[in-house]
Design a protein around this ligand. Structure first.
Ligand code: XMP
Length: 583
């Protein structure tokens, strides 16, 4: 499908959120690198330039083809996008006296075009330090806030607009109306997008690509691979679609049974569970370093998958590979292409690379975002408990079960106790691996928590203490490895947390909730639990979510009943500087 709107990616997750919102308004949009030449955008009804973490004065920062701004195609710049328009067209961008992060009151001085139907003061969401201090010649200032003199600007004849705030986030209630005005009034877009209505077309596409060949999948049990598999099943019939699920032993409680039952319900005939639990546990025995764990798991996956590919003759010409790749996975954005290695994700299997190289692959969901995949899944009649699942990392619980060879005692500081267990973080786009600070009392707000991590260079993460069986001075970090016992303990506590989150409704308020086991305790109770609920858009950045006090209390009480548990902590660290997973 030809997109009507292209979102030029000036960095990170912002562009995807914008494209998703445009699609929610019924207009097909795609994301492209910010420097895409105007010739490649000629058919577009409009262009949106995303926000980004850079400053336009930084020589490394993303820029765009200036000809786009002279092409007559309507353009809306958001945050960094507005600054880029100002910078390229002769306005002034300067460093603000202070940053503006969070809610701001927008004072509108113009209520036409993109602000049609929106009047007076509006609450908006800001996240910037640089700002446009003088709009370019020919532009009108359309709105300001207390700290931001040009919170919106526009040139009606040239159809160029900019906003400093973020209309794409839920915290800007008038944001949807602004995007809608831009799409339909300024660009003249038409509604052409309804993912749930695409099911029959996707099935037809699958039949065309497959031809006489059958399809096999490695399924994870997650939303994407299940929806992709179901589409193929409907397109070709159960006899022609095989699915294999590898049980690594690093899965959550009841997961393998859940997946097995689900695939049976879908009508899958050729669905196999391969039990590789001993393989994985054996390979990980005695390993404590997070990156080594990830490499070992990646290599094991390669080995197991290669064996299956060869054993089942999937590499001969009668088969193609199905995968649940979704739209954000397909895009090489500037940000991720240049990114420092924070964590190693799964390697690609050689046999799979061969199939991809030969074009023997089908990925029915590469056009869709996660929420659209869910809409397709609902259309296919898949169960809500399957579609609303939180994301779960490939290496599974192995990266939530922290290991060490050392004995060490918590250290007292003026802010709280330093727990000598290291976790991975990301600061200034680089990987960190540092101990954790357990505060005496949780900070009043997120900003205070962030300030503590920024001030101290010896930690990259902070936690609050819900309960411990002894005073912190009596607890020790002691040698602990990835054993079947510890995995079972982690599975148990994870299942308890999940049960209480579902029954309290908290599960719906968060994006993901890792539960982490750390080797801190006393000999009779060698481990503690860290709760890490986060809110996020796509995992690139995340906000730590506070657990309601009653729920935290209920979780802590029940976890302390589990054999071997000495304490319960809750993670208060945003990403950055923490990562979502501890390893
Ligand atoms: P981090 O810990 O990097 O996690 O902040 C961001 C998101 O990615 C998930 N994650 C993974 N997913 N394979 C995956 O498929 C992996 O190796 C992996 N590591 C982290 C994590 O759960 C979070 O949603």
């Amino acid at each position: 499908m030809q997109p009507q709107i292209t979102v030029l990616d000036a960095g990170g997750q912002y562009c995807h959120l914008i494209a998703r919102k445009v699609r929610e308004l019924g207009v097909y949009a795609e994301v492209a690198p910010s420097e895409t030449p105007v010739a490649a955008l000629a058919e577009r009804k409009g262009i949106i330039i995303s926000g980004g973490p850079s400053s336009v004065y930084d020589p490394e920062s993303p820029t765009m083809d200036p000809a786009v701004l002279a092409s007559g195609i309507p353009v809306l710049g958001i945050c960094y996008g507005q600054q880029l328009i100002a910078h390229l067209l002769g306005g002034t961008v300067s460093k603000g006296e202070r940053g503006e992060y969070g809610f701001a009151q927008l004072e509108l001085t113009n209520t036409g075009t993109v602000f049609r139907g929106i009047a007076g003061r509006q609450q908006v969401w800001m996240s910037h330090r640089d700002l446009v201090s003088a709009a370019p010649p020919g532009f009108d200032v359309l709105a300001h806030t207390e700290t931001c003199p040009v919170a919106a600007m526009g040139s009606v004849e040239r159809k160029l607009y900019g906003v400093q705030f973020h209309p794409e986030v839920a915290h800007t209630p008038c944001g949807k109306a602004i995007l809608s005005n831009f799409l339909f009034d300024v660009c003249g877009s038409e509604k052409d997008w309804d993912p749930a209505g695409q099911v029959l077309a996707i099935e037809e596409h699958i039949r065309q690509v497959a031809g006489p060949r059958n399809i096999f999948f490695f399924v994870s049990g997650g939303v994407d691979s299940t929806v992709a598999y179901t589409l193929c099943l409907k397109a070709l019939g159960p006899g022609r679609v095989h699915g294999t699920y590898v049980d690594t032993g690093m899965m959550r409680e009841g997961e393998t049974e859940f997946v097995r039952e689900n695939f049976a319900r879908l009508g899958a005939q050729a669905f196999h569970v391969v039990d590789a639990r001993q393989d994985f546990l054996g390979a990980l025995s005695g390993v404590t370093d997070p990156e080594r764990k990830r490499h070992i798991i990646g290599e094991k996956f390669v080995e197991v998958q290669e064996k299956i590919l060869e054993g089942e003759h999937y590499l001969d010409g009668h088969w193609i590979l199905g995968q649940g790749t979704i739209y954000p996975d397909t895009i090489e954005s500037g940000g991720s292409a240049k990114a420092d290695l924070i964590k190693t994700h799964h390697n690609r299997v050689a046999g799979i690379q061969k199939l991809i190289g030969e074009g023997r692959i089908i990925e029915p969901l590469t056009q869709y975002y996660k929420d659209e995949v869910r809409a397709i899944g609902r259309e296919l009649g898949l169960a809500p408990e399957l579609l609303e699942r939180h994301p779960f990392p490939g290496p599974g619980l192995a990266i939530r079960c922290l290991c060490t060879d050392e004995v060490a005692a918590p250290q007292r500081t003026e802010d709280g106790w330093i727990i000598p267990v290291s976790s991975v973080g990301v600061q200034g786009d680089s990987r960190t691996y540092k101990p954790v600070l357990a505060l005496d009392a949780p900070p009043a707000g997120e900003e205070e928590a962030a300030a503590i991590v920024n001030r101290r260079t010896d930690v990259n993460r902070i936690v609050g203490t819900a309960i411990t069986c002894r005073p912190m001075s009596a607890l020790r970090v002691a040698p602990a490895h990835l054993t079947a016992d510890r995995m079972n303990r982690l599975r148990r506590v994870d299942a308890i947390v999940r049960k209480l989150c579902v029954s309290s409704g908290f599960e719906k308020d968060i994006w993901q909730f890792p539960v982490v086991l750390i080797p801190l305790g006393i000999p009779a109770r060698p481990d503690s639990v860290v709760l890490r609920p986060v809110d996020s858009v796509d995992g690139m950045t995340a906000r730590a979510v506070r657990i309601p006090p009653d729920l935290l209390d209920a979780i802590a009480q029940e976890l302390m009943e589990v054999e071997g548990i000495a304490g319960v902590f809750h993670d208060l660290t945003n990403k950055p500087p923490g990562t979502i997973e501890w390893e």
